[in-house]
Design a protein around this ligand. Structure first.
Ligand SMILES: [Zn+2]
Length: 247
């Protein structure tokens, strides 16, 4: 990131001496990293958002240092313009295990409905409206944040609208994009609360796709999560079903 004439410029680092860049994953194996099988709280490239001065609620408050730094700049500028508007991170990095807890909770709840009990694919597709299969979430990457309230209608009026309109106009200046915008043909439904730090996540997406080619069997492994045998094959569809502005 560099400042030039008051404009923040983001330069995508070349994938130089290693196939995945010099410092993208530290010492963590790239496929382990991209599928969330590491502990971000023990990873040297991550920082706690509260320590970076960003208000947080909920359970997961840790991000890649570059993303946290950019988010702090965004937060400071938003609050300067709208001192009374609420802004907080509701969720950020979640590893495989955290995502599995979310998935299994929803899986159990839907299992109480007769129509889903004998149809694991339909059951999984219903969860995939908003939630990722463990191993496929962008939240594994340390580049994603969920802001304020996880409901689209919150961002239609009042203080939610103020924040969302500001983000649509300004977030790109800090490197952030909305991966699950309206008008896509594949993937999760619209999520106005979810924003991604693109200088890193753009490369991570490319790496994820490259690694999927040799490791696709991982996602359909029996017992990886409930329904993995039927649903794991959809991993690339959901990982790639993002807005053009995030590519
Ligand atoms: Zn999210």
């Amino acid at each position: 990131m560099a400042l030039a004439g008051g404009v923040i410029l983001f330069v995508s680092l070349p994938l130089s001496s290693t196939p995945y860049g010099d410092n993208s994953y530290g010492t963590t194996d790239p496929f382990m990293y991209l599928t969330g099988r590491f502990d971000p709280y023990r990873h040297p490239l991550f920082v706690k958002l509260t320590a970076a001065g960003i208000p947080c609620r909920g359970d997961h408050h840790i991000l890649r240092e570059e993303a946290a730094r950019a988010l702090k700049l965004l937060y400071d500028d938003f609050i300067r313009e709208h001192p009374k508007a609420p802004f907080w991170v509701q969720s950020s990095t979640r590893n495989f295990e955290s995502q599995r807890v979310i998935w299994e909770k929803k899986w159990r709840r839907l299992g109480e409905e007769r129509r889903f009990r004998t149809d694991p694919k339909a059951r999984g597709l219903s969860i995939l409206t908003y939630s990722s299969m463990p191993g496929t979430s962008r939240h594994h990457w340390g580049t994603e944040v969920d802001l304020n309230v996880l409901r689209n209608d919150y961002f239609e009026r009042g203080e939610g609208r103020v924040l969302y309109q500001w983000l649509l106009k300004n977030a790109h200046r800090y490197g952030f994009c909305q991966p699950y915008g309206a008008g896509r043909n594949e993937g999760y439904s619209e999520e106005r609360w979810h924003w991604s730090y693109m200088p890193l996540s753009r490369d991570f997406l490319a790496h994820w796709n490259r690694l999927y080619d040799g490791n696709g069997g991982f996602f359909v492994r029996k017992g990886l999560f409930s329904g993995s045998e039927q649903l794991g094959v959809l991993a690339p569809v959901y990982v790639n079903g993002i807005s053009e502005c995030c590519r």
